[in-house]
Design a protein around this ligand. Structure first.
Ligand SMILES: [Zn+2]
Length: 416
C-alpha cells in the first residue's frame, strides 16, 4: 500500500511540468458563465482523457454545456468514490479592469499562474482529472470504483451541470465525494450555508413630491421593512453535538481565512439587501419599490423554518407582497468521517498543517451530494482573486492539492 502511495507521488513529480501545462491550457480555454458555453473547455479535457486511453461519456442536456463522466472499477468490489469539479468560470468584468495580467493568459509570474478560473476552480478540477488518470494506472491495486464528473453550469447554480447528473444519472452518486473548490489548504469543508432569495414589492398610490400628506411612500415602507427583517439574523440552526463541536473548533480557522467575524456567522441567519429599486424621480413620492433580500441559512435550518418568520415580519406591512426567487437548502455531512481523517493525515504527511473541518459561507456543487445523504468534502487552494481581478494560484499549492486528492482517493479505495 505504501508502495503505491510512493508511486503516485513519484508520478506527480515526474509529470510535474505536464500537470502545470495542463492547468495553464485549461485556463486559456476560458468558459465564462454567463454565457456558460464550455464546449472548447470540455473538448480540452476530453483530449487529455483520450491521450491517456481512458473512456468517458459526454452528457449534454444543453448542447453548449457538456458534462464529462468517466468511471472505472478497481480489482475487487468496494466503495465508490466520486471526484467532481466544474469547468465553467466567472466572467471577466469590465474588459479586464484591475487585472495586471491578461485574464485568460495563464501567465506564470513568481511561481503563480494568473487567470480567470485559476483558483475557482480549474486547480481543483485539474486535481480531480489528474487523480482519475493517475489512479487508473494502479486500478489492479485497490477495490471499488472511481468516477470523475467534470461539469458545466456551476457558477450560476444552473440546472444543466451537476444538478442534471444527480437527478438523471444515479451512477454518479457514489458513497463519498471529493471536490477541489477553492477553500484554502488549511480547511476541509464539510458543509455550506444555503441562500434563500426573496423579492419584496411595495406599492402605494404615489404623489407629487410636495404632497407627502397625500400618500405613503413605497420606498420608505421598503426601508422600514428591510430594517425589521434584520431581526431574523438572531435565528440559529439546530445542530447535533458533533456538528456543533466542529463549528466551534473551526471558528478560529474561519476568522483567519475569511476575516474576523466569519466564524460567528456560521450559526446564524444572515441578511444582505442585494438590490433596491424605487421611485421614478426625485420630486415624486414613489408608488413602488422592489428589493431583493439574500438570506443565508445556517446548517441545521431549512428554508421552511425561516419562511414563517419572514411572513410574520411582512404581515406588518400591508402594502408589501413577497415571493421566493431562488436559493438552495444548506447542506452538511459528518465532520468526523473517515475521509476527513484521510485528508488530514495526507496533508500532514505532505508537510503542511493539519486542516480543520469548517462550514463554507458560499455554495458549491458538493451540496447536491450532501442533500442526498452522501458525505461530500471540499479541499482546494486559496481563493486568491476569486470573482475579482488577478485571480491566481500558487503552483506549489496547486501541486499540493493534486497530491492530496490523489493520495486521499487512493487511501479511501484501498481501505474499502
Ligand atoms: Zn467554483
Amino acid at each position: 500500500m505504501t508502495d503505491i502511495r510512493q508511486k503516485i507521488l513519484a508520478a506527480i513529480n515526474e509529470e510535474r511540468d505536464t500537470i502545470v501545462a495542463f492547468l495553464r491550457g485549461f485556463v486559456r480555454e476560458r468558459g465564462p458563465n454567463p454565457p456558460g458555453d464550455t464546449r472548447s473547455t470540455a473538448a480540452y479535457v476530453q483530449r487529455h482523457l483520450d491521450a491517456q486511453g481512458l473512456d468517458y461519456r459526454v452528457i449534454a442536456p444543453m448542447p453548449d454545456m457538456p458534462n464529462i463522466v468517466a468511471t472505472f472499477e478497481g480489482a475487487r468490489p468496494g466503495r465508490h468514490l466520486v471526484l467532481n469539479g466544474h469547468m465553467d468560470v466567472f466572467p471577466v468584468a469590465d474588459d479586464g479592469a484591475g487585472w495586471s495580467r491578461e485574464p485568460w493568459g495563464a501567465e506564470v509570474v513568481d511561481g503563480r499562474i494568473y487567470g480567470r478560473g485559476a483558483a475557482d476552480m480549474k486547480t481543483g478540477t485539474t486535481a480531480s482529472i489528474m487523480t482519475y488518470c493517475l489512479l487508473s494506472r494502479f486500478r489492479q491495486e485497490f477495490g471499488g470504483r472511481l468516477t470523475l464528473t467534470a461539469v458545466s453550469d456551476e457558477e450560476t447554480f444552473g440546472p444543466w451541470g451537476a444538478r442534471y447528473l444527480m437527478e438523471h444519472h444515479p451512477e454518479v452518486h457514489g458513497d463519498c465525494l471529493l471536490n477541489g473548490e477553492p477553500s484554502g489548504p488549511e480547511s476541509i469543508r464539510f458543509g455550506e450555508r444555503g441562500p434563500l432569495w426573496i423579492e419584496f414589492t411595495v406599492r402605494t398610490q404615489g404623489a407629487h413630491g410636495a404632497y407627502v400628506h397625500a400618500t405613503k411612500s413605497a420606498s420608505k415602507i421598503a426601508m422600514a421593512l428591510a430594517t425589521e427583517l434584520e431581526a431574523l439574523t438572531s435565528l440559529k440552526g439546530k445542530t447535533s453535538d458533533n456538528i456543533q463541536r466542529a463549528i466551534d473548533l473551526g471558528r478560529p480557522t474561519m476568522d483567519r481565512m475569511m476575516g474576523d467575524g466569519a466564524g460567528d456567522l456560521v450559526e446564524n441567519v444572515t441578511l444582505n439587501i442585494g438590490t433596491i429599486r424605487g421611485g421614478a424621480k426625485v420630486n415624486m413620492v414613489p408608488s413602488s419599490c422592489v428589493f431583493e433580500a439574500d438570506f443565508r441559512l445556517p446548517v441545521g435550518m431549512s428554508k421552511n423554518d425561516l419562511l414563517p418568520h419572514i411572513a410574520k415580519v411582512a404581515e406588518r406591512f400591508p402594502e408589501a407582497t413577497w415571493r421566493e426567487v431562488g436559493g438552495s437548502e444548506p447542506s452538511w455531512c459528518d465532520p468526523d468521517h473517515e475521509m476527513v481523517g484521510i485528508i488530514q493525515a495526507n496533508v500532514e504527511a505532505l508537510g503542511r498543517p493539519r486542516p480543520t473541518p469548517i462550514i463554507s459561507l458560499g455554495g458549491t456543487d458538493a451540496r447536491l451530494w450532501r442533500h442526498r445523504g452522501i458525505p461530500a468534502y471540499v479541499y482546494g487552494p486559496y481563493p486568491h482573486g476569486m470573482g475579482s481581478y488577478d485571480e491566481h494560484v500558487d503552483i506549489e499549492e496547486f501541486l499540493h492539492i493534486v497530491r492530496t486528492h490523489a493520495l486521499s482517493a487512493y487511501d479511501y479505495l484501498a481501505r474499502g
